[in-house]
Design a protein around this ligand. Sequence first.
Ligand code: ADP
Length: 191
Amino acid sequence: MAREKTFVLIKPDGVKRGISGKIISRFEEAGLKIVAMKMLSADEELAKKHYFLDEEWAKNVYEKSKKSYDKEGRKFPYKGHMHIGKTIQSWNCDFLCEGPIIAIVLQGPHAIEIVRKIVGSTEPRSSQPGTIRGDFVSIESYAVADENKRVMRNLVHASDSVENAKREISLWFSPNEIHENYKTATEMLLG
Ligand code: ADP
C-alpha cells in the first residue's frame, strides 16, 4: 500500500492555462511523492493507446453522461455505450494531441484514491470547490462540451484503478525514468 503508484496527465488545457505548477502543488501538498515527470507532445498512436476503447469504460461513460443529460431534461444524443465510447475516445485523442502535456507518476499510500479525490468529478461544473476541476474550470460542463462537439476540457487525467495505473505508467514511462529511490520529508515523518 505504501508504494501505490498512480498516473496523472496535465492535459493541453492545463499547460496552456499556465497552472501546471498549481496543479502539481496540490498533489505535493497532500503528501504524495513525485517519482516521474516529463513534458511531451503525444501523437495519435500514443493517444489511442492511452484512450483505448474498453467496453467497461464505455458503459461507465454512457451511465455518467446519461444521468447528467436526464437530470437536465436534455435529449441524450447517443444510441448506446459503444456509440458514446467511440465518439468520446476519438475526441479525447484529438484533444490530447492539441498541445504539450505533462505526464507524472505519483506515489504514496492510497495514491489512486487520493489523486481522484483531489482532481474532482469528471464534469467540472459538478466538481466540489477545493478540487482541481472545481476550482480552476468549473464553467466547463457536459452541456458546453456537447454544444461545441468536443470533449470536456477538465485539465487532468488520473488513473482510476490499480490495473489502469500499471498500464498507463508503463505506456508513458520506461522503468529508468521512475525515481522512487529517495525519501520525502512526509515519508520521514510518517514512516
Ligand atoms: P475521468 O477523466 O473523470 O476518469 P472518464 O474516464 O469517464 O472520466 O472519461 C474520460 C474523459 O472523457 C473525461 O475526463 C472527459 O474529458 C471526457 N468525457 C467523458 N464523457 C464525456 C461526455 N459525455 N462529453 C464530453 N466529454 C466527455
